[in-house]
Design a protein. Structure first.
Length: 113
């Protein structure tokens, strides 16, 4: 199955990609970290992927992402995590929640709650 990789972030020594399957659904994410001799990857995927699916995905990551960035690397070390996405959190989300909490507190103190 061909996968689509959409870059989320890039630094001089790392990249993060969202992985989509051929129907456009999220299939996981991969974080790549480049060192002088070895590329390390953390691959997060759904529990439903088979061992063959995982091997195929790793091969595509190597061929389409790693080899195009670092063709002379000596090894690719991949740590695979399986599970489900629990959510995406950011400081911005936390700031919004704090503002909502403060408004609720103000209303309660002023008898408008």
């Amino acid at each position: 199955m061909p996968y689509h990789f959409e870059r989320e972030a890039r630094t001089p020594y790392s990249e993060i990609f969202v992985i989509e399957n051929e129907s456009g659904d999220d299939a996981g994410r991969v974080d790549l970290h480049f060192t002088p001799n070895v590329t390390y990857a953390t691959l997060c995927i759904a529990e439903s992927m088979t061992e063959d699916d995982i091997q195929e995905l790793i091969a595509q990551i190597d061929e389409r992402l790693v080899m195009t960035t670092d063709p002379y690397r000596e090894d690719l070390v991949v740590t695979v995590w399986t599970g489900r996405e629990a959510g995406v959190y950011s400081d911005e989300d936390m700031d919004d929640e704090d503002e909502d909490d403060n408004e609720d507190e103000d209303r309660a103190e002023n008898g408008r709650g």
